[in-house]
Design a protein around this ligand. Structure first.
Ligand code: SIN
Length: 309
């Protein structure tokens, strides 16, 4: 069993430790032994000082997931706070061909709500399987931010898993089998299993469209090694037979998705979660189709992910 506490919260080389000390505009409260911290005392609707942004950034790189409770944000305020981390990355092509938030197309709407036949958001009410966002492009987003506007009375919890920790605690034999290898990150389906617009069904993962990335990469901001998995469906490890690739991917995913690497978020209205997309996986529980769930989401552009030496 890995020592999750020691590994997950250790300061990151090259990044000022996220102490949220005496002069900080906020304090931090650990959310789980594996990852995640709550930022207490910060109103994201107000302009942030550069020093506060720097401290938030350090906290985000150290804890990988930051939660802010009790927020009340307009769309422009959500965009403004997201832009503190970098340039926004527009949502990937949604299955219905038009932005869910036409006034602010950089914002994706994650919702089960419908107007007649027309979905008002993505991902419906079913499970969204473990994934990293948009790793099917060459430069996947570095961060995503999700703001809860309406939440169901039960269900719809979201989980994040720490991929640094999964890599660090990986059996040596398993690690040796993936070192130097890259995988295909299929762009055909979203995490709810819905085919993206303009895509064709994939019958052989070796032919799946999407970026190729090393399985072990160097985190561009911290230099720390991390596992990069994307999503399981139609994954393929280059250079292996399909059967070998399937068996190895099953082993990797079973290792990475263990509960000791994860944090569970039970949503309240006004929660904002900011996560590091390079070093975490996330998934969502299904919920009652008759209840309402609505979230607004932004993403921040990322850099190329280079292989670990
Ligand atoms: C997502 O995968 O980005 C959405 C997660 C959620 O609906 O909680």
């Amino acid at each position: 069993m890995p020592n999750a506490t020691a590994t997950a919260t250790a300061p990151v080389p090259g990044v000022p430790p996220a102490t949220a000390g005496a002069c900080a505009a906020f304090t931090l409260r650990t959310l789980s032994p594996a990852l995640g911290a709550e930022v207490v005392g910060l109103d994201l609707s107000r302009p942030l000082e550069p020093a506060t942004v720097a401290e938030l950034r350090a906290a985000w790189l150290q804890h990988l997931v930051l939660r802010f409770r009790g927020q009340a944000l307009t769309d422009p305020q959500l965009l403004a706070v997201s832009r503190h981390l970098g340039e926004l990355d527009p949502p990937g092509p949604n299955p219905y061909g038009a932005p869910f938030n036409p006034a602010h197309p950089e914002i994706n709407v994650i919702s089960n709500l419908r107007e007649g036949d027309r979905p008002l958001g993505n991902l419906g009410d079913g499970e969204a399987v473990w994934h990293q966002d948009m790793t099917y492009i060459d430069h996947p987003p570095m961060a995503s931010m999700l703001y809860a506007i309406e939440v169901p009375p039960s269900g719809g919890d979201t989980y994040w898993a720490n991929l640094h920790l999964a890599l660090e605690s990986m059996p040596a034999g398993l690690r040796r089998r993936i070192e130097g290898r890259s995988a295909v990150h299929d762009s055909t389906y979203n995490s709810a299993g819905i085919m993206r617009r303009g895509m064709k069904d994939v019958t052989d993962p070796r032919e799946a469209p999407g970026a190729r990335h090393p399985l072990i990469v160097v985190h561009p901001d911290t230099g720390r090694e991390t596992l990069l998995l994307g999503r399981r469906r139609n994954g393929y490890i280059l250079g292996l037979s399909l059967a070998e690739s399937e068996a190895l991917l099953d082993e990797l995913w079973a290792h990475a998705c263990q509960p000791q690497f994860a944090f569970r978020q039970e949503w309240k209205v006004g929660d904002v979660i900011l996560w590091d997309n390079r070093s975490t996986l996330h998934r969502r529980d299904s919920f009652d189709a008759a209840s309402r769930r609505r979230m607004h989401r932004t993403q921040i552009k990322g850099a190329a992910l280079r292989p670990a030496a």
